[in-house]
Design a protein. Sequence first.
Lengths: 352, 271
Amino acid sequence: MATEIETVGTSSRDYADQELAEADLNNTTYPSAGTDVVHDLYNDSDFDDNVSYDFSATNVDSVTVKAADGEGHNGTAGTGVRNAGTNNSTIVNFEASAVNADDRITYGNGIEIDQTGQGASFVLNGDHNNNNRLVIVGLIIHSNGNNSSNCRGFSSRGVVRYKNCLGYDFLSGGSSAPAIIFESRSSSRVEEFFNCTADNATANSGSGDAYCFEHGDHANKRLSNCLAGIADGSSSGDHEAFEANTSSDIDYCLSDDATADGGNSLVNKPIENQVISVTVDSEDYRLKTGADAIDAGEDLSGSGVSDDAVGTSRPQGSAYDIGFFEFISAASVLRDHGVEWGARRGVLRGVG
Amino acid sequence: MASIAVFVGDLNPRDDHYYQDGDIISAYNKRRIENKHVSEICHPWNFGFNSDGNRPDTTLAKWVCDRTYRSRFERVSQHEVRKIDLVTGKEVGIFGHLRKNPAERTIYVQQYITLGKKILVNGEWLPFAGHKIFGPEGSEFWYGGKISPDRAKLDVLWPEIELVTGKMRADHQLYPHSEKEKKHFLILPVDEMSDSELMSLKAPELGNPVSSERLGKPDEYHVVKKRSKKIDRNSLDRMTQHTKNKITDRSIPMDFRVFDSWARADIVITK
């Protein structure tokens, strides 16, 4: 199976606009039938695109959209490929098709969607109502809501697997609007949430709910190794890190409140004791020394999770960590590496 | 110069799940175009590092960050940081994991800075050249809460950009399409548009609302057409038949921004 790699950045790349890169998949003659297409995004400048990927995109067998090697985030905002919201609209949408093929679209790896100042009802929207499994991996979505609108981050009505994703700072404030970071809109389709982290969902209007993980409470939902922080607000609705559960398969999770279900889950563990920073605009959700989430997860290698959001293999200790980032002791940071830069970004740019 | 990027396909219409010939794939107004250029010119990665391996605090990148972010954090001690609200110009407070601020959440400053400049590669912490820490060691500072500049903000930024870099605003009025984009799509200059008009041009057509599977969830709107607006490239005026024939050749750039702009009202068709 041939792999076609397209670069996306500014004028020096194959494409400067993600929307054009996606539309080119729709051409009848290009790429060739049966191709696996990779869109490598470069951090030449901010993106401000609204992209919609269709599972039936012409001839291609698969589409992978990720940050190019060395261009992705290091687990924190503002450090790699960034899509800046500018129009209060969905940033990434995935549409339906009649073709059944799992994992045909993989999106994320090193990409950040920054919604500061914006309020999209659905930042990432899985609008596919069929049985194609969408894979969202290594994606950061944050700062959505602007206190005036519906406010959903990772939201889908189709078959989806989220792994190593991070969502935080979702604020809704109008017309009983909810603030939901990870949301299931389907009752009939399998949705999996593996090693994801969510924090600071706030609903401030009427009966609006606030959830870090609203999983749908159904037997076809599975949550494992997920870390949930604060769900709060002045609304009269539910404020829960994990939606109340009777049927979903939830275990090996951690919550700031008492809602992480499962015999191996940890509850009432403040998120500020788990991660480096939860200060607004200076967040760093990588695990800190001594976090309860370290080595508290389960082995998910059989479910396609073998590394974390920045490519560190799991486990590093005695077991998988909970959350999107696998902890490694920071003792080695004191070593002097001179001019040996991290392989994720090997080029030292000079003065422009 | 505002512009649109038009899909060039065969003229036999396909299923509405596919883009069709003439569909407006994307649109670019002055704000969007200038933001793309500003973001590239002022990217912190363009300005190198100081002797401490941090971003230099005397650069255009720092000047632009001061005007496009809502918060700046300044290290004041090993474990404490001062947060500045850049919108009001006021200090929010000084805090860390030892000294708490009731209006702010916790930050472990030492770890934030140390690990902020690192990335894990194959299980080893290595210096991370994509980090966002400015200033001298011990007095580091960084920014958070980036807000994409609106037109008024761009009016503030460009004079300084011109002064420091010599790159003139007037020379950055075209969206920086790649060569491949110019060959595969039809790039047409149009009259300037607002942000809402821009979104309308590239919007899909949605069907009637359908109840969500899950009780209490919002109605679903399915895409019935990839795009709701198109142009008829064969009826565009000011083009020769020879040119119209070349448009479908994907080896030839079709960038018409050397022409005067078309009025959107004259060429945009609602499908």
